[in-house]
Design a protein around this ligand. Structure first.
Ligand SMILES: Cc1cc2nc3c(=O)[nH]c(=O)nc-3n(C[C@H](O)[C@H](O)[C@H](O)COP(=O)(O)OP(=O)(O)OC[C@H]3O[C@@H](n4cnc5c(N)ncnc54)[C@H](O)[C@@H]3O)c2cc1C
Length: 441
């Protein structure tokens, strides 16, 4: 095997399998290393590649949704795993849900059919050096030994072990009659959007929050770790005013409509440059999705909130990618190593396939001495890549694809109805990927 046109890939999950199939289809010799079944993760149960560890759904295929556009773009690029997902799909309305065993077996057949891929069962503790490039796609449950190497190479502070994600709402669904802009004591300009509570509203919210249904932690999700990023509902259990003294503290804020300090305030912080998406500050949560919709809409100003992303807290090892990765997904400190999948901060099955696909294209460019042309910023793929490698939010949190990651439309298009606006965003994304793929082919 010539080192020049060879790649090692660590992890035969969604990202690693996609990357291996894409690289092999372009004539690159691939060694794909997978530690299962020699060493299992706490969530995987088989030795098959591309195992889905939880739900069997890749989410919506409707091309007027952000998830649907991402899938359409990957299908346009002939993503091997998304095509396999289609071939193993089960009826699920507009969602792409699969028979998980059929899907993983199909992935195994695709790998076996590619003469250029060697599937090797081995735990990688230090990325192998005998290859032109190495893609690390070892997932959110990456083995401890490799975590140690990453911590050493990238600084331990740049590694995170839990996602503590607050919900994000669409700004145009926030009630402008109630919410007001301002920051505590006017120190930071008027960047925050504030949702003010009266005491009666606070009590109703507090009681609903305490009683709301929560997702159950898995056995390997040690509750000790959650102390560092306490869910908002756990804080509420401590005492009646714990939230009003914590994430909902009203200090330094005056409601311009009453001229008085509210009893409590939920602050929304801008999530993207365009100001179309805002996150609920300090609202990391383990409430179920229907309960997040019900309870968080009790916050004054959010009665009709449209959630672009729901909150969650779960075990997830990932890198502080915007600081560590170059725009082509390679490690700045070790440029021949690329990071893909959930480990780089793309959240979700389809998103892991997407960054696996992009890492393969990027590694291919490196191996063949050409420049990697990233997908356009307007596309779903480009938006996801931009989040992973260019997000300015601190701390960085992984994200699934949502409209808040897309660049806004020009000002004259913003004034049209929201549904039409979204349709334009989707059309623009698909058109841009078509043009891009013609250019880079
Ligand atoms: C418990 C849990 C549930 C989730 N549920 C969902 C869900 O329902 N829907 C959704 O969209 N997303 C879900 N996710 C998020 C994410 O989309 C999936 O984890 C997804 O599988 C990530 O893809 P990946 O390719 O990055 O990693 P994985 O699919 O996990 O693949 C990584 C592979 O690397 C292997 N590996 C790890 N370390 C080494 C090593 N040192 N050497 C060799 N091989 C190694 C692993 O065995 C694994 O096969 C969940 C995540 C977790 C942790």
């Amino acid at each position: 095997m010539s080192r020049r046109l060879s790649a090692a890939i660590v992890g035969a999950g969604l990202a690693g399998t996609e990357a291996a199939l894409v690289l092999a289809s372009k004539g690159i010799a691939v060694h794909l290393f997978e530690m299962r079944p020699l060493r299992m993760t706490p969530a995987h149960t088989t030795d098959l590649p591309a195992e889905l560890v939880c739900s069997n759904s890749f989410k919506s295929q409707d091309t007027h949704t952000a998830h649907g556009v991402l899938k359409a773009e990957l299908l346009y690029l002939q993503s091997p795993l998304l095509l396999a997902a289609r071939r193993s799909s089960v009826a699920a309305g507009s969602a792409l849900a699969v028979d998980r065993l059929k899907f993983s077996r199909l992935a195994a057949e695709l790998l076996a059919d590619q003469a250029g891929i060697q599937f090797i069962r081995r735990e990688i503790t230090v990325p192998p050096e005998a290859y032109g490039v190495c893609i690390i796609a070892a997932g959110p449950l990456v083995s401890d030994a490799l975590v140690e190497w990453l911590g050493h190479e990238c600084s331990a502070a740049a590694l995170h072990f839990y996602d503590a994600i607050a919900p994000i709402v669409s700004f145009d669904s926030v009630n402008p009659e109630i919410a007001f802009f301002g920051s505590r004591y006017g120190h930071e300009g008027a960047d925050y959007c504030n949702c003010p509570f009266t005491e009666a509203e606070y009590r109703a919210f507090y009681e609903a929050l305490r009683e709301a249904d929560r997702t159950v932690a898995r056995a390997f999700e040690n509750e000790r770790f959650f102390e560092a990023c306490l869910p908002v509902e756990v804080l509420a259990e401590r005492e009646y005013r714990a939230l009003a003294f914590g994430p909902l503290k009203p200090m330094g804020l005056i409601n311009p409509r009453t001229g008085r300090r509210p009893f409590a305030v939920c602050q929304l912080r801008r999530e993207n440059e365009a100001g179309t998406a805002y996150n609920l500050v300090g609202f990391q949560t383990r409430l179920t999705i229907p309960e997040q919709r019900r309870v968080f809409r009790l916050i004054p100003g959010l009665e009709k909130a449209e959630f672009l992303r729901y909150g969650s807290i779960h075990r997830n090892t990932y890198l502080d990618s915007p600081r560590l990765l170059a725009p082509d997904l390679s490690l700045r400190a070790v440029p021949e190593i690329f990071i893909a999948g959930q480990l780089c901060g793309s959240e979700g099955y389809t998103e892991s396939v997407a960054t696996g696909h992009l890492a393969a294209l990027s590694a291919l460019a490196r191996l063949t001495g050409t420049a990697f042309v990233p997908p356009p910023r307007e596309s779903a793929l480009g938006s996801l890549l931009h989040h992973v490698t260019g997000s300015l939010n601190t701390p960085f949190t992984p994200s699934n694809i949502h409209f808040g990651l897309f660049p806004a439309l020009p000002d004259n298009a913003k004034r049209i109805r929201k549904k039409a606006n979204r349709e334009l965003l989707c059309e623009r994304a698909l058109q841009s990927i078509t043009e891009w793929s013609k250019m880079v082919r």
